[in-house]
Each structure stands twice: as structure tokens, then as C-alpha cells.
Ligand binder design. Sequence first.
Ligand code: PEP
Ligand code: MG
Length: 613
Amino acid sequence: MNAHRSSGRGEDLARSGMDEPGGEHLLHGEPIGAGFAIGPAFVVGEDPSLEPEARISHLTREQEHARFSEAVERSIGQLKKLQNRIARLPEETQVEIGPMLEVYQRMLGPSRLKNGVVSRLDDGMTAEAAVYEATAELAELMLASRDERQLVGEDAAAAERRAGEFREIGRRVIRNLMRESFLSLSNMPNGAILVAHTLRPADAALIDPARVAAVVTEDGGSTGHTAIMLRALGVPAVLAVEGLFDHVTDGTTLVVDGYSGSVTVDPSSRTTRQARKQVAAYAQERQELGRMRRLSSRMASGEKISLQANLELPAELPLIAQSGAAGIGLLRTEFLFINAETLPDEATQYDIYAAIVSTMGSDPTTIRVLDWGGEKQGEALIRAGIVGRDSINPALGVRGIRLLLEYPELLETQFAAILRAAAKGPVRVLLPMVTVASEIVAAREIYERVARRLKRKGIETGETLPPLGVMIETPAAALTAGHLAQYADFLAIGSNDLTMYTLAADRASSDVLALYNPLHPAVLRMIGEVFSAAFLERCPVSVCGEIAGNPRLIPLLIGLGCRSFSMSASMVPRVKQIVRHISYNDCRLLARRVLAETDIGEIARLLDGFQRN
Ligand code: PEP
Ligand code: MG
């Protein structure tokens, strides 16, 4: 099962950077994961520059507008085709690529990008130059804001990704304007290793994982979209390999280890034998996980554990169905506000919620009302003048339920849309960032008022009022969970924020990465307290932060009292596999030992020891 952990000899050699006496040569790059491969190199040439030469058009403005519209339509058509294609790929792939394709399509709709192109066309520019300039300007703005705000870690990577998205969509539209073809892999032999200077995300999306054994490139980084795509496609890949083209030409045999980042050129027979074993072990592991979907999520000792999925974008919906998840435990609604120019009205929200609830059938959908604040930014809210004030500590400011109670019209609209969607299937409603019971009381008052209004108007809602729950994301909420449970119908532990607020360590900053650790005894004891308090109040409680999809923490959370998890859809089969192999008594014992510990390192050792047994 741990095929990917033991790359063994290749890893050692890669670290030493030495050549083997047998003539094999070791290169090293950024490991992108997803296994091992062995095969002949298929080298593709450099991507031509798409920077247009002519800026001023000799055509009429109408003609350039028409050319642009046609290129946009072609681009949207291609993105839709890609979307259909990925629907047939493994679920991890869809989780990663689907949302990105949606972002691209949204950029081609009414957007800042489109406005920028249109105003340049009005000034007499060629469509190619207008698209090139508008996308380059937005990409540069993103990078400038990264520098200005001194973003680091995840935040900086997100800004760079967004800049890449603008350039990428620009390239697509320009290629369509110039009728330039996209990377063609049609004559690539099955099982070959794609070797390129650089690989665009759009090209990566065209890769058929059944045909391409691996990808190796000279450029690229581990958090870019190309990397995300390759990881999602399950294609072993190593990017940013220095000196790649000094050693590799068409047909050179390569061994690629996507976990350690090593690329062995002209491998010896010993390396080849070992690589073959790793390739086989990895394939078996993937097959086993695929089978999990149809099996029940019952522990070896018989207890039923509910495994649900988190949803951040509607594009993830097909995967949730395929993952075997028993519903949506957390639907983050921020996507409706983040890239929107205007606030989504009730009808827009209803359409989306209703479609999701209908797709989920009899499985429940837990919809969390808007959690703006912290590191989450919502353009529509800024434009509506609702947010925009500077705050020294945004994570401690008017965030989540605080903002919604300050602008109750936001909450009313969202509640109305959710209550109407509840006519389509089982729904639960979740309030973010609650710290005192009075917030639940105030929100419930609005909730019930909206429900009464809909009823009065004869608008269809669910038969009963959907349960109203609260997120437990702060020490204040965790330590008074029993009291909050008297006002809430259910609790959901948001461990991402709970860890941040407990340890006073920003979840989005790499500066305090070493301190941000959910294994800190303070965090774990608090989670344990929440389960005990909720149990006494007979209040259902789930965990929906990142720890819910972390295989290492599953036994501990079960031991602390968790019966319900909500996680990234791609993790559901893996977590189910773990649940099915462990017994409740062992989990209890583990939890007791962990709660008695004060040292994070010792806690980690206890968890690792449990996994090995
Ligand atoms: C959490 O804080 O753990 C959580 C699930 O909410 P979000 O990550 O959206 O803040
Ligand atoms: Mg949170």
C-alpha cells in the first residue's frame, strides 16, 4: 500500500546527485506525485510566443469585435469539451481540473478581463493585441498585489496561480484568433514519457492518463496549475528538471519517480527491475481505492461512520457522487461572491442550491451561509460597499456570522434561496464563525421570519424547517459547545480555523507553518471537549476541516467521539478504507493516550504507531 513511500535507491541517488557506473544518469526536479513510470521519452518542441506583432487593426472595429466574440465562443466550446472529457476521468482529476475550467469559462463571461479587451477594441486595437494586453495587465496586477501585500506561502501561490490563469485564458483566445493549433499528442506512442521545456495547463488537460506514462519538464513549479492538473490526472510527473535537455532526446529510456522527483536517464537493468515493481505496486493501490466506493463505511467493530464531502464549487458535484460520499457535509457558498461583479440575488442562489440538492437525491446537503473574512475576499461585497474597510487583523474582525448580522439583507436573501431549495431534498443550514449563543438566536430569528414570509406567499419550501447548525471554529465556541448546542440543531467542527485561533498562528502564512499544527494538545483536547459536551446535549456533531480527510487523524477523531466526517471528495475512498480496518476500542484507547500527552512529537508518534499496527 505504501508503494510511493519506498522509492529507495532512486531517492538516495537523486539526493546524492551521482551517476551510476553503468551509464545511467540521475536528474532531479520538483516531485508532483502520482507514482512511477518507465518508458521512452517523447520530446515536444517549445511553445511559440503568442505575443502579437500588430497592435493597430486595419479592419473595422465591428470586424475586430466579431473576431473576438467568435474566438471567445470557440474557447468556451473547447473548455466545455474538456469538461465533458474530464467527467470520464478519475474523481481526483475532476476535483482539481473541473473548478479551474469553470474559472476560465467565467473569465470569458462578463468580467473585468472582457471589459478590458472590449475597451481596447473600441480604441482600434487588433483582437490579438487587445487580449494579450488585457490578460497581461491583469496578471501583472495580481503579482503587484502579491508584492504590495507582501503575501507569502499559500497566499502568494494563489496570487501567482491567478496570474497564470489570466495568461492561460489569454493564450487560448489568441490561439483561437490566430488559428494556432494546441499541443498535439496524436502521434505520441502509448506508454511514452512526455518531455517538454514547459507545459501549459491547457495542454496538460489534454493528456490522456491511459496513454501518457509520465511527464517531465524543464520549467514549472509544484503549486502551478500544470502541476495541479498532472497530480489530479494521476500522471507521474517531475517538473523543473535542470539540464533535462542535455541528457534526453526522443526515445531515451527514462524512469520517473513522481514522489522523490528523480528522473533516471538510460537506467541500468537493476534500476529498471526495481522501477517495474514500483509501477505494479502503485497500480494495485489505485485499484483497491477505486473499489471502496461501493463498500459501506462501517468499522471493523461494526460502528457506522458517516463520510460526507465538502463542496467549494458546483463543478465538484459529479465527483462527490462518484466518491461514495453520503451527502455534502459542508457546502462553502463563498464561490458565489468571490469572483462575481455583483451580489448574487435570491434567484441566482436558488438555481445553484436547488441543482445541487436535486443532484444529491436523498443524501443531505449542508449549506453554510457566507463566511466572508479572514483571508477570503469577495469582490461583489467590496463593490456593494459592504466590505472594504481596512482591518489590522481581518481574521479577528467582522467575519462570518458577524458580517451577516450586520447586513441582515444578505442573510435573508441566502436563507430564502436555501429554504426554497429545501423543497428539492434534505438540507441543513450552517452558520460560520459563531462565538456566542446570541448570534444563533439572532440568526434563527431571521431564519424563521424568512420561512414564515415564504409560507405566507405560498412559495414552496421543505416540509419541515431544515436544521440550523453552527460551526465550532474558535476556542470560545469549543469551550462553550454544550451551551451553544442548546441553541443549535447540530455542530460542525471547523478545525482549520479552530487550530488557527487556538494557536494564534495564521493558517495562510508560511511564517508560522511550524506552529500551525492541529496535533497540538490544546486543539485536540478542545475537539474532545466538543464531542463530550455535544454528547450530553444529544446534539449531532461532525468534523469538516482538513483533518477530517487526513488518514493519520481518523482513528484519533473516532476515538474522541466523531461519527461524522466531511472532507474533500477525493479523500473519501481512502478514509473509508481506514475506517473499515480499525476497531472502536482501539480508537478509544488511542484517544485516551493522546489526550494524556502534552508533547506534539509524542502525539505524532502515537498516531504513526497506530497506523503501522
Ligand atoms: C474550518 O475552518 O475548518 C472550515 C471548515 O471552514 P473554512 O476552511 O471554510 O474556513
Ligand atoms: Mg472556517
